[in-house]
Write a protein that binds this ligand. Structure first.
Ligand SMILES: Cc1cc2nc3c(=O)[nH]c(=O)nc-3n(C[C@H](O)[C@H](O)[C@H](O)COP(=O)(O)OP(=O)(O)OC[C@H]3O[C@@H](n4cnc5c(N)ncnc54)[C@H](O)[C@@H]3O)c2cc1C
Length: 477
């Protein structure tokens, strides 16, 4: 009799799960299979909105597993210590998990694998979180891509991994319930669940599936046109489900391939698939630049003289910059834990180029506020906007926040939804309310400087300063 353990981490689902599917396959009739979740103290020092969402997803996963007749066991504490207990007290012989290729998860996985193998445990690790792992998309001449377009060209030519069928009937048969031996872990889990409080729109595997189906039924065909307009529900909103692993990226990809009606215009579908490739791309970049959470990928832009003005940073965080689209975006983030992609680009550009504040501060703030916070994509997005990344926006192409607002929220619908003090501002002035006359301000019930701030910086001046800052650094070396 062999004791198999599947370690769930950010793959909280019971379908299309590589490690689970393989473990079930390997488990013989008299063997045991134990489902495991490890609560690491470092990961839960702070309890942000992302933790809230993650642990609500975990609860949903635990309940779904119970419905299938399988039970999740918890261990908590330092990784090595907790796994030591699992060997000594439970007698684990084989461990299966879907590996992390970057960041904290990568370090943890390397260390725990080494430790367990030294203890004689067989460890099976799988690439599961991405369509293509960090080393899979290589140049024909060898080496990795630094620019997205050629990467994507190559990415498209590679065949995509198939959906991993999980045998639920066999799972029920072989999975063990020894939860009474895992009391400390269960208490740690319960105390985390007690901390959850927010009311989120969609949680868990079923919600992920429904959202995907709804998106592929309709919006995907208009994705190319609608994806830039935050007032339109034109994107898939799959990021939170992909982040927690409530749905597998393979399921998303193949569902689209199978369900899309090719008689229709599929430009939107192609464009959507390229976004999934960006996710793989940034995972690869973080893999090859493991310090990029703290260090500019472009060496020549390390050590830029960023502005340390805390008041400006606070105004940005609160959505009180006097630039309506920026403010609406930041309030959407603060209140809902999500922000539209177009706006992530706009606010990141605003922080780094209009306020000249260090991209690392913005990256960390997003980490505190996003339910879909994914280090690789977030670091990638921030370094892109700050012009310091591997394939970034050039430093001299600075977004104009007012122009962005006119283009992507032409009627101010999004702005009015999130910045209520501007709700009666005439549409002509919604992108720059400080241009309202005294009479207009009175009529709109919005006095500039009292009810809504004046722009905290002048875009033209700051744009020139940003360009100068980059040029000085470039020329200094
Ligand atoms: C500064 C900045 C920070 C970002 N931080 C994150 C983050 O922490 N987590 C995160 O998942 N995405 C991040 N993104 C990427 C993107 O904004 C979100 O993935 C997207 O807004 C999520 O909404 P959606 O699921 O409706 O996206 P859709 O437009 O429907 O896209 C589908 C999926 O493709 C992937 N995707 C789309 N755009 C990107 C992109 N530019 N980079 C990587 N993957 C992408 C996501 O998994 C997304 O769920 C960031 C972008 C920027 C510019």
């Amino acid at each position: 009799m062999t004791k198999h353990v599947v370690w769930f981490r950010r793959d909280l689902r019971l379908n299309d799960h590589t490690a689970l599917a393989k473990a079930i396959e390997e488990t013989k009739k008299d063997d045991e299979l134990l489902l495991l979740f490890h609560i690491h103290p470092d990961l839960n020092k702070d309890f942000t909105v992302r933790h809230d969402y993650f642990f609500q997803t975990l609860r949903s996963f635990v309940e779904d597993a119970e419905e299938l007749g399988a039970y999740v066991h918890f261990i908590e504490g330092d990784t090595e210590e907790s796994f030591k207990g699992l060997i000594e007290e439970y007698g684990m012989e084989r461990l299966y998990f879907n590996l992390d290729e970057t960041g904290f998860g990568y370090e943890r996985d390397q260390n725990v694998t080494q430790y367990l193998e030294d203890q004689g445990v067989e460890v099976y690790r799988f690439i599961d979180h991405h369509l293509h792992g960090a080393e899979e998309v290589q140049k024909k001449s060898g080496g990795y891509y630094k620019v997205f377009t050629p990467y994507y060209k190559q990415w498209k030519t590679l065949s995509k991994p198939a959906v991993q069928k999980v045998d639920h009937a066999k799972l029920k048969e072989v999975s063990v319930d020894v939860r009474t031996d895992f009391k400390a872990g269960k208490e740690a889990y319960d105390s985390l669940i007690q901390k959850t409080e927010a009311d989120f729109e969609g949680i868990g595997e079923q919600a992920a599936k429904e959202r995907l189906e709804a998106f592929v039924d309709e919006a995907i065909y208009d994705y190319e046109d609608d994806r830039d307009f935050p007032a339109v529900d034109g994107t898939s909103r799959m990021s939170r489900f992909l982040r927690t692993g409530a749905i597998s990226i393979r399921t998303v990809y193949h569902y689209i391939e199978d369900q899309v009606d090719h008689r229709k215009n599929t430009e939107g579908v192609e464009s959507y698939k390229s976004e999934l490739a960006w996710r793989d791309f940034y995972n690869m970049i973080y893999y090859y630049y493991p310090n990029s959470n703290d260090e500019e990928v472009k060496e020549k832009y390390r050590g830029l003289p960023w502005n340390t003005d805390d008041d400006l940073f606070e105004a940005w965080k609160k959505g009180e910059t006097g630039y309506p689209l920026i403010d609406a975006a930041m309030r959407q983030l603060n209140e809902s834990g999500w922000m539209h992609n177009r706006l992530r680009m706009a606010v990141a550009s605003f922080l780094t180029k209009d306020l000249l504040i260090d991209w690392r501060k913005g990256e960390r703030y997003f980490a505190e506020r996003l339910v879909d916070y994914d280090p690789a994509s977030n670091i990638g997005g921030w370094q892109w906007a700050a012009s310091t990344g591997t394939d970034p926006v050039p430093y001299f192409r600075v977004f104009n926040p007012t122009r962005q607002s006119e283009r992507f929220d032409p009627h101010g619908r999004f702005i009015k939804e999130w910045v209520p003090e501007l709700k009666d501002v005439p549409n002509k002035k919604i992108h720059d309310p400080s241009k309202m006359s005294d009479q207009e301000q009175e009529k709109a019930g919005c006095v500039i400087g009292e009810d809504y701030p004046k722009p905290i910086v002048d875009h033209k001046t700051m744009r020139n300063r940003a360009i100068e800052m980059f040029e000085d650094k470039k020329n200094a070396d």
